[in-house]
Design a protein around this ligand. Structure first.
Ligand code: PLP
Length: 376
């Protein structure tokens, strides 16, 4: 099977697997335990924290370990609800693990940020809204999971800093695909290991000095996140992160070879299947992601996924969370697409290891299915 669903979960990297096995052997104890084995596990977490903080560009004590990005996002939303006043600006592009807790905890303090047809939030609009006053926080993901469209988070981080307003960024799809430089300047940054070759069920959150925990009932993470840390998972995640970040030092926007293969793939798909629409075609997008609305004639996205699966390609319908349930995507809705557009959405997301020939094979499979559906 050729795997083109890295935005849902990135397969465990060899470095992460090795680090996990190594940590499971070397650090069998609870990092909070008072004996030498406990201290050794705690020291390993300290070193891992230093390394993550160095990549983000923030003090090590700002980084806390979590069970993934869903928990990290819930934690900062709960913090904003308890510690800020005024409107919290966010758009329909956000992952459900941001949108849903925001509605739950912030209620009518949530204020909708407009999104362009190209799937981007405008810094000018945010600047104008900040000038108007009464803003308690601004929320913007770094790159969208469904479309790969990149957001101007650096500009919005700077606008927020100038206005003294907290800025929260879900960087789950950014980290490991683009360089992490500058993320440390956001007040909150959420990420998870399984989007860049680490294991699932582990992540981290960058928080400001004063932080109200979501999980209570233990002294871990200096009282900011109760619960025994997943030592092997954390060390494996950090090993995967370091591997990616080292490659990104040379190519901060991601591998050039992949970007050019992806771009020519899009052009050839568009010319071979009339009516295909690439989401965010003219917007900056992650190098690994293509999200396409297939022509209305074959309006069931699941039929595409099933046919491509039979031909040996794992692709997705958008966000993993809503796959299998034909619910309209709030991401597409915020970009101005009608509710039924979600039924035609296919997402292809490659990884660092995907060989260029696999893109060619995938294109041929799309063309074959397109022919079977009478689209060409
Ligand atoms: N945020 C974004 C942008 C994501 O793509 C995901 C994963 O689907 C999450 C948050 C949730 O991450 P996790 O699976 O670690 O809870």
């Amino acid at each position: 099977m050729q795997y083109f669903d890295h935005n849902a979960t990135y397969p465990l990297s060899a470095a992460a697997r090795k680090a996990w096995l190594d940590a499971a052997e070397r650090f069998p104890a609870n990092p909070s335990s008072p004996h030498r084995w406990g201290a050794r596990a705690d020291q390993a977490l300290t070193e891992a924290r230093d390394r993550v903080a160095a990549w983000l560009g923030c003090p090590a004590q700002s980084v806390i370990w979590t069970s993934g990005a869903t928990e990290a996002n819930n934690a900062w939303v709960a913090h904003l609800a308890g510690r800020t006043r005024g409107a919290v600006l966010l758009s329909g592009l956000e992952h459900p693990s941001v949108r849903v807790p925001s509605v739950q905890w912030l209620g009518d303090r949530c204020e909708s940020l407009p999104v362009s047809r190209e799937g981007v939030v405008s810094p000018e609009q945010v600047a104008r809204r900040l000038q108007h006053g009464g803003v308690g926080a601004v929320v913007l993901m770094a790159a969208n999971n469904e479309t790969g469209i990149i957001q101007p988070w650096q500009q919005i981080r700077d606008l927020c800093r100038e206005s003294g307003v907290p800025f929260a960024c879900d960087a789950s799809q950014w980290i490991g695909k683009r360089h992490a430089i500058g993320l440390g300047g956001c007040d909150f940054v959420a990420a998870c290991g399984h989007k860049f070759g680490g294991p699932g069920g582990v992540g981290f959150l960058k928080v400001p000095e004063s932080f109200q925990p979501l999980l209570w009932g233990g002294p871990q993470e200096e009282g900011r996140r109760a619960g025994t840390e997943n030592v092997a998972g954390i060390l494996a995640m950090v090993a995967a992160l370091e591997e990616r970040q080292r490659s990104l030092l040379a190519e901060p926007e991601g591998p050039f070879a992949h970007r050019s293969v992806r771009d020519s793939w899009v052009e050839r798909l568009e010319s071979a299947i009339p009516g295909v629409e690439i989401l965010g075609r003219n917007a900056p997008r992650l190098w690994n992601t293509v999200s396409a609305l297939m022509p209305p004639a074959a309006d069931c996205r699941r039929r595409w996924v099933v046919r491509l699966d039979r031909l040996g390609f794992a692709v997705s319908t958008g966000s993993a969370c809503s796959s299998g349930q034909e619910v309209p995507s709030p991401v597409l809705a915020s970009m101005g697409y009608p509710p039924n557009a979600s039924d035609r959405m296919i997402r292809v997301s490659s990884g660092w290891e995907t060989p260029p020939e696999a893109w060619e094979d995938l294109l041929q499979a799309f063309l074959q299915v397109g022919t079977e559906f009478g689209l060409r």
